[in-house]
Design a binder for this molecule. Structure first.
Ligand SMILES: C[S@@+](CC[C@H](N)C(=O)[O-])C[C@H]1O[C@@H](n2cnc3c(N)ncnc32)[C@H](O)[C@@H]1O
Length: 319
């Protein structure tokens, strides 16, 4: 298979289909795909379940336009909305849906976003420093690099990129922008490369990778949106309904793990002889830890390599 074809393969799609099947088989089931992308998972799920309706969300106008074309064969069953996924409560209210049978989050950037040189997501191609998923929003990566004070920049690189050399890189950025404002990805790649010790440069792939991840998360408010969207999604799932998440870095995965663990724990205070009804878990975990893609999948689709899949099922109604 060619690289272009591989780039658009939905990640761990067979496992996603398997995990969601019990929730989506009954006629009239509704799936929210909160990160529609190019509708890879969504079209596989619609094809597998003839009675299924989809509410597909993406912040990126290009993703919605392209998915509308790709989902034409299912058009009577698909409602597509350009929005940040933390707007889920409003979107469900407007669709007249109090509950849904499943929610899918396939987090992060899509292959078409990475591959589009105009978007500035990829450190491997020279491009304007943009990185906005929603191109109508204001904050760009260039704005972050050219205006944030050094302390704030260092915090972004450390917290969102888990970058060991955050302070050195932030100081180098501030020194460089006094000479010439940041405009392109190659300018940033150069500064990162020069600011980390030579020994660290020789290990762990492109040294700019963590800085690019951090900027993308900051520009799109990704972790904040996820921390608002997950509780809203779980609240909207009917009894017997399921959630599947695919995360691609440890910060996202930790946020998912924390929320799913909290919902699947019995919160009866220790020392009581029996579980309190209102404290019994509302969800049960369907995955033991995070599941990873097979070596065979990664060989065909290298971008699947960092995927971590988690899933849970609602077993009780809200108190
Ligand atoms: C990994 S891709 C999804 C690919 C999709 N599952 C497929 O099979 O084609 C992630 C998508 O989520 C979107 N996205 C990321 N963060 C978002 C957010 N906070 N709100 C809405 N969409 C978001 C991105 O624009 C991107 O299109």
């Amino acid at each position: 298979m060619g690289a272009a074809a591989a780039a658009h393969l939905p990640v761990m799609v067979d496992r996603v289909l398997e995990l969601l099947a019990p929730a989506l088989s009954p006629p009239g089931a509704v799936l929210v795909d909160a990160t529609l992308g190019r509708a890879g998972h969504a079209s596989a799920l619609l094809a597998a379940h003839p009675g299924l309706s989809l509410i597909g969300i993406d912040a990126d106008a290009a993703a919605i336009a392209e998915s509308r074309r790709l989902l034409a064969p299912f058009s009577g069953r698909a409602t597509l909305v350009q929005a940040v996924y933390d707007e889920l409560p409003r979107i469900l209210a407007e669709a007249g849906r109090a509950v849904v049978q499943a929610v899918l989050f396939d987090l992060g950037v899509s292959s078409p976003q990475l591959d589009d040189p105009g978007r500035g997501f990829a450190y491997a191609q020279d491009a304007p420093l943009d990185m906005r998923m929603n191109q109508a929003s204001q904050l760009t990566a260039a704005e972050v690099l050219n205006t944030y004070p050094a302390d704030k920049l260092a915090r972004v690189l450390r917290d969102y990129g888990e970058e060991r050399f955050a302070r050195r890189i932030a100081d180098a950025i501030v020194a460089e922008r006094a000479r010439a404002p940041f405009a392109t990805t190659s300018q940033l790649v150069e500064i990162v490369r020069h600011s980390i010790p030579a020994a660290a440069r020789r290990t762990g792939g492109n040294p700019a990778k963590r800085t690019f991840q951090a900027l993308r998360i900051e520009v799109n408010g990704e972790l904040d949106a996820l921390e608002r969207a997950l509780p809203a999604a779980l609240d909207a799932i009917a009894v017997g309904g399921r959630i599947v998440t695919l995360a691609y870095h440890s910060l996202e995965d930790r946020a998912v793990k924390r929320e799913l663990a909290a919902r699947s724990a019995d919160t009866t205070p220790p020392g009581l002889p029996v579980s309190l009804d209102q404290a019994r878990p509302r969800f049960r975990l369907l995955t033991r830890g995070a599941e990873r893609p097979s070596a065979a999948e990664v060989a065909v689709n290298p971008r699947a390599a960092s995927a971590r899949l988690r899933a849970a099922e609602r077993i009780r109604a809200a108190a």
